[in-house]
Design a protein around this ligand. Structure first.
Ligand code: FES
Length: 168
């Protein structure tokens, strides 16, 4: 059986706050928020994290695992400091999306689902982000949307993240 994680007070409070949004008999509804809270603390969702959520929400581990593996916002493997997701759906691909994706691979020296040796960047393919008119579109760490990603803008973004990563 997987070990249960020791989580920070902040993460536990975040999970409790989300559980409180639902009637006690429906606390399983907080599963997505609980997974996000743990991912925010640890950077990814391990099998121990899944077991921990299952225990807290009193639900089968497999049910939590199904949620964690269904949505691509959950990192079920360790990733770099910055997760770069580039939309590879057709509308973006028709508007320089492929050029941007290839440039990212070439510049970072990795392909999809890989992490740079320094541990700074992980590159992933993403589905439509609802901003097809802004193609090429990227998402940084699931939160920051970047539009019209020309080669120049990609260079600027990568340099900014590298500098931020060093100073953090
Ligand atoms: S197809 Fe890329 S944002 Fe819609």
């Amino acid at each position: 059986m997987s070990n249960i994680l020791q989580l920070s007070d902040k993460t536990l409070a975040d999970i409790a706050r989300n559980i409180a949004k639902y009637p006690p008999e429906q606390k399983q509804s907080a599963v997505m928020a609980a997974l996000i809270a743990i991912q925010t603390e640890l950077g990814w969702v391990s099998s121990e994290a899944i077991a921990t959520v299952a225990q807290i929400l009193e639900m089968p581990t497999i049910a939590v695992e199904e949620v964690a593996t269904f949505y691509n916002m959950y990192n079920t493997k360790q990733i770099g400091k910055y997760k770069l997701v580039i939309c590879t759906n057709l509308p973006c691909q028709l508007t320089h999306g492929e050029t941007a994706a290839n440039y990212l691979k070439e510049t970072l020296g990795i392909t999809y689902n890989e992490t740079t040796p320094c541990g700074t960047f992980t590159l992933k393919e993403g589905e439509c982000m609802g901003a097809c008119g802004d193609s090429p579109v990227m998402l940084v760490n699931d939160k920051r949307m970047c539009s019209f990603m020309s080669k120049e803008k990609i260079d600027t973004l990568l340099n900014e993240l590298r500098a931020e990563g060093k100073s953090a």
